[in-house]
Design a protein around this ligand. Structure first.
Ligand code: NAD
Length: 255
């Protein structure tokens, strides 16, 4: 493993990107902090301020659901207001150039797509906060519609107007089963690439963190770009400890 900073990281990653046949990008919350969305594990990140609500508790208790919607709608909606940053734009350019075949993301903010990565190239293994879904019948609701239902009922957890089931943000909560189709696609991408770039993830949340691991075990080069150390640094070919935006925009030669 080679550990480098920004300048050497740009040079070495550019060489690897030039030499690869097919790259896959795996992203975590760190790529979106430059868009104003806090990550979980940085100092001051969400983890230190709010305990996440477990899926089983959400399903079991209307009271917990009230709390979940209050957190969602009473707070400032940072995800709705966020715009893609230089890191997202650089990833979109690498996809557009045909170098990166897919972006596997743990993020629920939809910013890769907003930056221009086609929908069918983004694999959201933890779902999306851009809309809501009924857990029973799968009916889809716009966030604005759910917010209106919540406000009209004085802050009650909204129920599905089609089947009476539980409406939930289309994100995958802790304790909720992973989406099978997305996990299969992510594994297939991991097995088909010769370069895996893990960007802005502490690589501690499984099974998602298994995606870069699968690529590495299958013989791909693994590059980790993160400002801090991660759980998988010891397995990486190259670790770049630097800020994401400046490194990726230099590598993808954007602005
Ligand atoms: P994490 O919070 O565990 O790790 C983020 C990592 O990114 C940290 O190690 C941090 O040091 C690094 N980082 C932050 N900003 C950076 C920057 N500008 N440059 C370089 N490094 C930077 O995030 P995770 O691994 O994605 O796991 C958290 C889980 O929470 C994910 O599964 C995700 O679903 C969810 N989440 C998503 C969002 C989002 O959608 N934007 C935000 C918070 C949490």
């Amino acid at each position: 493993m080679i550990r480098v900073g920004q300048e050497e990281g740009i040079a070495r990653l550019s060489d690897l990107v030039d030499a690869c046949e097919r790259a896959v990008v795996f992203t975590g919350a760190g790529i979106s902090t430059e868009s104003g969305i806090p990550d979980f594990r940085s100092p001051g990140g969400l983890w230190t301020r709010m305990k996440p609500i477990q899926f089983q508790d959400f399903v079991r208790s209307r009271e917990v659901r009230r709390e979940a919607w209050a957190r969602r709608f009473e707070g400032e909606d940072t995800i709705a207001a966020a715009q893609p940053n230089a890191g997202h734009r650089a990833v979109a350019r690498l996809v557009g150039m045909g170098i990166v075949s897919a972006v596997v993301t743990q993020n629920i903010d939809g910013l890769h797509q907003l930056a221009g990565v086609p929908d069918d190239r983004v694999i959201e293994v933890h779902g999306t906060a851009r809309y809501c879904k009924c857990l029973a019948c799968g009916s889809r609701y716009d966030n604005a519609e759910v917010r209106q239902m919540w406000a009209d009922s004085g802050g009650e957890a909204p129920d599905c107007t089609v089947c009476g089931g539980i409406i939930k943000s289309a994100t995958i909560s802790f304790g909720q089963p992973m989406p099978e189709a997305e996990m299969e696609r992510a594994a297939a991408e991991a097995l088909s690439c010769d370069l895996m770039l893990a960007i802005g993830s502490s690589l501690v949340v499984y099974p998602a963190a298994g995606v870069p691991l699968t690529a590495k075990r299958n013989g791909a080069r693994l590059v980790i770009l993160n400002r801090e150390e991660t759980e998988l640094d010891h397995l990486a070919d190259l670790v770049i400890n630097a800020e994401i935006g400046p490194v990726l925009s230099a590598v993808a030669k954007v602005n």
